[in-house]
Ligand binder design. Structure first.
Ligand SMILES: NC(=O)c1ccc[n+]([C@@H]2O[C@H](COP(=O)([O-])OP(=O)(O)OC[C@H]3O[C@@H](n4cnc5c(N)ncnc54)[C@H](OP(=O)(O)O)[C@@H]3O)[C@@H](O)[C@H]2O)c1
Length: 288
């Protein structure tokens, strides 16, 4: 049995789907009964509700599983507490491996949500558990909530510089890699970058224009506008403060890794943005 935490989120659903499709028995940890009911429909063997910040909940969720695939909440003030709870639960359940779904470049102090992960990674390495750490780049799928609006308006808006380089990765590739990493103990005690090919917003819109058969332009959304909107739709102060640091960092540096390790894990080239864009447009009956 494999425990997947934060199973009801964007990442969690992709990992759960891939594990279930590969024939693995999955216990999905979610926060609410509503999420539990939704995720049952995905074919998981078991669901458990609980909060990662609550040590007893995490022990209950981990009891009796062989492997834990630890997805952490996105931008959470309890990053280290959650990590400590997962590590302690893995130790008491004697799991055979803890796989941590981390982020690219956890050594960057300028990105608080990456930097906090650095300490979780350190605790995992020191835990004497068998572990694998996947340092995952930003997903191509992050643009999907705004895809229809982009097609309608002809503008692809993000809150960072339109020439900033980003190693965008297809979440489907990430999930495929996760299944392989879990199935093979040869990945034990390794850390691997899971990043896609480098691309900027300007390069993305050239591809999107071709795929959709209409001009799409890239536009940087001013940070204050983004934060005002985030506040209006209920982002926490912690999330807003984190994003206020993240986007200026992206302006200056982007977020760039290498796609070599992912290609090696998959045994093929990672999906490029054009393939992702064509797949997305085809699913929505858009473009040619
Ligand atoms: N998005 C990316 O591009 C990207 C790239 C690389 C790595 N990652 C990493 O992937 C992880 C998940 O990100 P995501 O984009 O999939 O986020 P997401 O869609 O917001 O999902 C996060 C999930 O975490 C659950 N959650 C939040 N706080 C929790 C807590 N205290 N206890 C238990 N569950 C809790 C939420 O449950 P509710 O549904 O109940 O709120 C939600 O289902 C993050 O650690 C992020 O750093 C993301």
């Amino acid at each position: 049995m494999i425990l997947v935490t934060c199973a009801g989120g964007k990442t969690g659903k992709a990992i759960v789907n891939a594990l279930v499709a590969s024939g693995q028995a999955v216990r999905a940890m979610v926060r609410s009964e509503t999420s539990a009911n939704n995720i049952k429909a995905m074919g998981v063997a078991e669901t458990v509700t609980g909060d990662l910040a609550n040590a007893e909940d995490v022990i209950r969720a981990t009891n009796g599983v062989a492997v834990v695939y630890y997805i952490a909440p996105n931008m959470d003030p309890n990053e280290r507490l959650n990590g400590d709870n997962v590590i302690a639960a893995c130790q008491s359940a004697n799991v055979s491996r803890l796989v941590f779904h981390s982020v690219l470049h956890t050594q960057l102090e300028a990105l608080p949500h990456h930097w906090e992960r650095h300490f979780v990674e350190q605790s995992i390495v020191n835990s004497k558990l068998s572990f694998t750490i996947l340092q995952v780049g930003s997903y191509m799928q992050n643009m999907l909530p705004a895809w229809e609006k982009m097609v309608e308006t002809g503008v692809h808006r993000m809150a960072y510089d339109i020439d900033a380089p980003m190693s965008l990765v297809d979440l489907s590739d990430v999930a495929e890699a996760a299944v392989k990493v879990i199935a093979d103990d040869g990945y034990a005690n390794g850390m691997f970058e899971v990043a896609g090919p480098v691309i900027s917003l300007n390069q993305k819109v050239a591809i999107l224009s071709k795929v959709l058969g209409k001009e799409i332009v890239a536009e940087k959304e001013p940070l204050d506008d983004f934060l005002d909107h985030g506040r209006a739709i209920g982002f926490s102060d912690f999330t807003l403060a984190t994003m206020a640091k993240m986007f200026p960092y992206y302006d200056d540096h982007g977020l760039v890794g290498s796609d070599k390790a992912l290609g090696w894990i998959l045994g093929r080239a990672p999906t490029d943005f054009e393939t992702f864009a064509r797949r997305t447009a085809a699913a929505l009956n858009q473009g040619s």
